[in-house]
Design a protein around this ligand. Structure first.
Ligand SMILES: [Zn+2]
Length: 115
């Protein structure tokens, strides 16, 4: 019988990988929505074109947030592989469990994120 030394470490990696997969999916959808606005006047009136431009801008900023989240999740997975998951990237102290429960990929402890 194998006894896992770190309870939940494998589960955390799986959760992070799931999160990463859904982030990539969302990014793919968002990138499609952020594609250049079709300027065909015959199919789109002036107002709907402005709507489309506004939606495109929103999609672009969402895509940017998703890319940041993907980098953060990637980094958390690296830390799982290194056995440093749950340690603050700045001070090395353990990140509070409730903090990690709220954000699995949290890179800093509550003290460091305040600074
Ligand atoms: Zn810290």
């Amino acid at each position: 019988m194998k006894t896992p030394t770190k309870v939940g470490a494998g589960g955390t990696a799986a959760l992070l990988q799931n999160r990463l997969a859904s982030l990539h999916e969302e990014l793919a959808r968002t990138t499609a929505a952020a594609a250049p606005v079709e300027l065909d006047q015959t199919t789109q009136g002036r107002l709907s074109r402005m709507d489309a431009i506004q939606q495109q801008a929103m999609a672009a900023s969402l895509a940017e947030r998703l890319r940041t989240e993907i980098r953060k999740t990637d980094a958390a997975l690296d830390r799982v592989a290194d056995g440093r998951y749950g340690e603050c990237c700045r001070c090395g102290e353990a990140i509070a469990a409730e903090r990690l429960a709220a954000d699995l990929a949290a890179p800093f402890c509550a003290d460091c994120v305040k600074e």
